[in-house]
Design a protein around this ligand. Structure first.
Ligand code: SF4
Length: 440
């Protein structure tokens, strides 16, 4: 596959990290912790919303461990470590949201450790139905605007919010188009290319991001590509902390086409454009309620997330789900139970692949995913499809030492008569290559 200059540009933006955004003279940077944040409000205040999304593998945790328990996800620790190592100097403020206990505590820890920053915490509604919820969310957004006005000493006009909605609609629309292109022709646009293209938008103004996406779209459309013998999967669970690039490359190298995922979910939150109309703050609140994603950090009885996952699997013609939570991510791991029950009910094979942002070796994951993929391809070749009779599932769970801690469960979807004893599936070659549980 030929290289894409737009993807290279996106990778260069990511390699530079937060530093260029913190030095911009046109708009001070304002850090947004995942998942969703109303970026338009900060943009309307003359700020540049940037993602505060951990540090990947770029910092050693030296100070943050003293502020948190040991069982905390990497993104919370490394985001704090960035501040404690003075790598957020120049950031006007940070915003956190009611997504989990760690994010809630992180807001307070930031407020205490960085008293010169403007720290905001947004209580997103947890009980979605009912007309009063929209009024509540509007009042919460207006409270955030008032806080910024006080901090910056200038008005945040509704008209500026409307202009920001127009600005952000453009890259969001382009991301939707690229996702649709990948779902339809995954051989044309790889996930290890789409990931940096989307992620670089967390560091750029929306118009600059849109230019990169537009260029990428043209390059991908002109590409000649050939479909490979791979399994189409939907990735779920990485809506907050992001997996390392190497893990995505590993999944593809092990034989997967990722046809949908929830990476950078907050920056791709809406299923359509946010309507541009009178009262833009209300339009934004209504869009959050009506056009938002189904994720583990939001309760929405009108759009149950396990049903939505099955819908996406069917819609994209996927053959399996890779459930990919960050280590210690409570919302994702709690939801695994719900997702798993639904997937088993629908006879959709799935594999649990846990990660952390500092993960640096992928050999064991590669072996597990290859085994899973080979098993599915074998069944396809033998004419055994999802939903047929004679299917069974069993699982093997073990702990791996190569990344410090990781737990992987293989769901064997082979007919009962052909299940192997070790809990792994596939050819003898794969079984030999597959990891074994530790003996002690
Ligand atoms: S990764 Fe999970 S637990 Fe950690 S801050 Fe994000 S939602 Fe919360």
């Amino acid at each position: 596959m030929e290289t894409s200059p737009a993807v290279e540009q996106a990778r260069a933006v990511l390699a530079a990290g937060l530093a260029p955004a913190l030095k911009r003279s046109d708009a001070p940077a304002f850090g947004c912790f995942p998942v969703y944040s109303p970026f338009e409000l900060y943009r309307a205040a003359g700020l540049l919303p940037v993602g505060l999304m951990g540090a990947g593998g770029t910092v050693d945790i030296v100070h943050a461990d003293a502020r948190f328990q040991s069982f905390v996800c990497s993104i919370a620790k490394s985001s704090l470590e960035l501040g404690l190592q003075k790598r957020l100097a120049g950031m006007e403020g940070e915003v956190f949201h009611s997504i989990c206990d760690f994010a809630r505590n992180l807001a307070s820890v930031f407020r205490r450790n960085f008293p010169t920053m403007h720290i905001e915490y947004i209580h997103l509604p947890q009980n979605a139905p009912g007309p009063e919820i929209e009024d509540y969310l509007v009042s919460e957004f207006r409270r955030v605007m008032a806080g910024l006005e006080q901090r910056l000493g200038r008005r945040v006009e509704d008209a500026a919010v409307g202009a920001a909605i127009r600005e952000y609609n453009r890259p969001r629309r382009l991301m939707r188009e690229l996702y649709a292109m990948r779902a339809k022709e995954p051989e044309r646009i790889s996930s290890s290319e789409l990931f940096p293209l989307v992620r670089c938008g967390t560091l750029l103004p929306p118009d600059e991001h849109a230019r990169i996406l537009e260029a990428a779209k043209g390059e991908f459309a002109a590409r000649k590509a050939r479909r490979m013998d791979r399994v189409k999967v939907v990735v779920e669970g990485a809506f907050c902390e992001l997996p390392p690039q190497g893990l995505i490359e590993t999944l593809e190298g092990a034989g997967c086409y990722l046809v949908d995922d929830d990476f950078c979910a907050g920056w791709r939150w809406f299923s359509t454009d946010v309507p541009e109309g009178p009262d833009p703050v209300r339009q934004l609140a209504r869009a959050w309620l009506e056009r938002g994603r189904a994720t583990s950090t939001r309760y929405n009885p009108d759009k149950p997330r396990h049903k939505d996952l099955v819908r996406r699997v069917r819609e994209h013609g996927a053959q399996a789900v890779l459930f990919m939570p960050a280590k210690f991510c409570e919302p994702a791991l709690f939801d695994y139970v719900v997702y798993r029950r639904e997937l088993e009910k629908e006879n959709i094979p799935h594999l649990l692949v846990e990660f952390e942002e500092k993960m640096w070796t992928f050999e064991r994951t590669r072996g597990e995913v290859e085994t899973f993929v080979e098993s599915l391809l074998f069944d396809v070749r033998m004419g055994i499809g999802m939903g047929g009779t004679g299917w069974g599932t069993h699982s093997g769970t073990w702990t791996s030492g190569d990344t410090g801690w990781r737990n992987t469960e293989l769901q064997c979807t082979r007919p009962r008569a052909r299940r192997c004893r070790t809990g792994t599936t596939g050819s003898p070659r794969r079984r030999r290559a597959a990891p074994r549980p530790p003996t002690s």
